[in-house]
Design a protein around this ligand. Structure first.
Ligand code: BG6
Length: 466
């Protein structure tokens, strides 16, 4: 049986908008999601898991189940309802209450500054396509560093690539723009520049603690050995992985990455230029970023594709309804021999091992790594308060074994946060795609530990992967 290091942090992950509920309470400003979900007549983030009120219950569960750390985010619009300017003291006080409860229960807060929830006023004004909003983000981050001295671990952003692509490529997030590769790359770059500036403020201000960024990194493998498939996978990798890792660890994009990204843009009849001065901040930040957070759920196999872009999104859990073909990049295809969950996400723990080793090899100056999200979305069966989720345990076991092997190979992985601590609201999938260690009855807000919660507790206590 494999093991994890004795000081390995075992955490649970959440995000403000997906957990808190209380979307309009105590002076919170709107986010684009509030109106968009309502307009579409879809599920909304009310009540979500009511973490706004239930946080003492959830933190007690952390303590009881040996969960060392809670990954959570601050809702920007609870602090600055319009994204900048007037401060909402009730929002500030709320997070102080959460952090003080963390302390009481012995749970380390691992805090993300931005997790998909730009205040609506700024979102409607271009979100991160608009460089003015970068200034607002940086000011908000600085406010957090000054105010919340209880926090040791800060992540600037959650998942820059999904922000850019869900908003401007697949259009599954508001503002539902599709196939605009120039907006995708602009958003990626502006967010990496914003990240860098926040890191530099944190370090120049000598704030105590550690700061990093959380990237969604899903390995891209060629579907076959055909050189066209190899090239398609390389392009998909360049845009979704190398672009962000280059920016994080080198502070600029390598020539190899930019050649592939430019090829994608040219195929979509567009191009990009960056402001050279952005790289000054980015290069400085690259030397002082303390950790990388990795969100990894799946891997992709990519083949050559010469047609127009088209997307099918599985937001219902009906197997086999997703497809992804992007002009200038390639087509992500399912491999029949690899199991998938009901949302067509390939279950391939080897991908996490390959990814970790690749980071160590490609970026020798890489620092600590935390797996900040990993988990299995599942329609859990609830039987009188008992939830047997063997499939989730098997998924976790596979991924923990990959982490353990990567640690043996010398990769500095320091901790793991299961997505999610308790069941939460899913942005594009509503409430029936559950990930939690704790089942949430969204009507009563009662929590029930799943079988996986007991498994997780054992691994956390013993560091033995059973
Ligand atoms: C990550 C996000 O993309 O994946 C989370 O950081 C999200 O916020 C998680 O919930 C799982 O995605 P989904 O679509 O299955 O809820």
């Amino acid at each position: 049986m494999r093991t994890l290091p004795k000081d390995f942090i075992m955490g649970g992950a959440t995000a403000a908008y997906q957990a808190e509920g209380a979307t309009k309470l105590d002076g919170k400003g709107l986010v684009a999601w509030d109106t968009w979900l309502e307009e579409k007549g879809r599920y909304t983030a009310e009540p979500a898991s009511d973490f706004y009120h239930q946080y003492p219950v959830d933190l007690k569960l952390c303590r009881d189940f040996k969960i060392d750390s809670l990954r959570m985010s601050i809702a920007w619009s609870r602090i600055f309802p319009n994204g900048f300017g007037e401060i909402n003291q009730a929002g500030v006080d709320y997070y102080h209450r959460v952090f003080s409860e963390c302390k009481k229960q012995g749970v380390i807060p691992f805090v993300t500054i931005h997790h998909f929830d730009t205040p609506k006023t700024l979102f409607d004004n271009g979100d991160f396509l608009n460089r003015e909003n970068v200034e607002h983000f940086v000011n908000y981050a600085k406010f957090c560093f000054e105010e919340f001295k209880e926090v040791h671990y800060w992540s600037t952003f959650n998942e820059i690539y999904p922000v850019a692509t869900n908003q401007y490529l697949t259009g599954i997030f508001p503002p539902e723009i599709k196939f605009d590769l120039k907006k995708v790359v602009t958003c990626l770059h502006n967010m990496m520049w914003a990240h860098a500036r926040a890191v530099n403020i944190f370090k120049d201000g000598n704030y105590k603690g550690e700061i990093g960024v959380v990237h969604s990194l899903e390995p891209k493998y060629p579907y076959s050995e055909d050189e066209k498939d190899v090239h398609a996978a390389a392009k998909d990798d360049a845009l979704s992985i190398a672009f962000l890792l280059d920016a994080t660890y080198k502070g600029r994009y390598s020539e190899k990455t930019m050649t592939l990204v430019n090829e994608i843009l040219a195929a979509n009849n567009t191009s990009i230029e960056f402001e050279e001065s952005d790289f000054v901040a980015m290069e400085k930040a690259a030397t002082q970023t303390d950790f990388l957070g990795i969100n990894n759920y799946q891997s992709h196999w990519v083949q050559n594709y010469d047609g127009e872009s088209e997307i099918g999104f599985n937001g219902t859990g009906e197997k086999g309804t997703s497809y992804y073909r992007i002009k200038g990049i390639g087509e992500r295809v399912q491999r029949e021999d690899i199991p998938k969950n009901d949302w067509d996400w390939a279950i391939y723990p080897e991908g996490l091992f390959d990814l970790l080793v690749r980071i160590k090899e490609d970026y020798p100056n890489y620092g600590k790594i935390y797996i900040t999200e990993n988990g299995l979305g599942f329609k859990d069966d609830f039987n009188d308060g008992v939830i047997i989720d063997d499939a989730r345990i098997e998924y976790l076991r596979g991924n923990f074994n990959s982490i353990s092997k990567a640690v043996d190979a010398g990769v500095m992985v320091k901790g793991y946060f299961i997505w999610s601590l308790m069941d939460v609201f899913s942005w594009a999938n509503g409430y029936n795609k559950r990930y939690g260690l704790f089942y949430v009855d969204f009507k009563t807000q009662k929590r029930y530990p799943k079988e996986s919660a007991y498994w997780y507790k054992f691994v956390s206590e013993t560091k033995v992967i059973i």
